[in-house]
Design a protein around this ligand. Structure first.
Ligand code: HEC
Length: 158
């Protein structure tokens, strides 16, 4: 009898897990979970780009010579400051030869960092190893120059 109860409890908790974590769900604000999301669950290369920032651009940032940025649907459909929760931006940075040198992410998570736009920040190697993640002061202070545009530097929100 007790065994039956244990089995029943396991089955129940497994089904609850499935219900609470469907495949398309947004990831928690954690570097590896976010990398998994943007490369496997919803590959960012299949996302769109801002209408006013398409293709490869010369970098003004310290992340490489050139860059291009993809945005998820939530970001793309955000019509004003601040962007909607769940918005993500992914920037690929390239060296002078056009080789990928890093992947930078901004991900808007409700309650994550209310003092600085609730953005989760992460910088990865091309292989997905996190070099910086969370609330790095460097990312926030430089992007802070665009705080009035919700820390977004490549697209002007109305
Ligand atoms: C010294 C300034 C500076 C620092 C530090 C900086 N960035 Fe940026 N970032 C920029 C600029 C400028 C752009 C515009 C594109 C470019 O020139 O590379 C940008 C663009 C981006 C974008 C594309 C979305 C957008 O429009 O803003 C992401 C994502 C991003 N940065 C993430 C990060 C992360 C993560 C960090 C910290 C690890 C970081 N940045 C640190 C200046 C900075």
């Amino acid at each position: 009898m007790r065994l039956l109860l244990v089995v029943a409890a396991c089955v129940l908790s497994l089904s609850l897990l499935t219900v609470s974590a469907p495949a398309g769900d947004l990831p928690p604000a954690e570097a590896n979970a976010v990398w998994n999301y943007i490369t496997k669950v919803s590959p960012y290369r299949s996302w769109k780009q801002w209408p006013d920032y398409q293709g490869v651009h010369t970098s003004r940032s310290p992340h490489g010579k050139t860059n291009q940025v993809w945005v998820n649907r939530v970001a793309l459909h955000s019509r004003k400051v601040p962007l909607d929760y769940g918005a993500m931006e992914v920037k690929e940075a390239y060296d002078a030869q056009g080789r990928l040198v890093s992947v930078a992410v901004m991900y808007k998570v409700k309650g994550y960092n209310p003092g600085a736009g609730d953005w989760f920040w992460a910088l990865y190697t091309p292989e997905g190893k996190p070099k910086r993640a969370g609330k790095p002061r460097g990312c926030i202070s430089c992007h802070g120059a665009a705080a009035g545009n919700d820390y977004v530097t490549v697209h002007r929100l109305p």
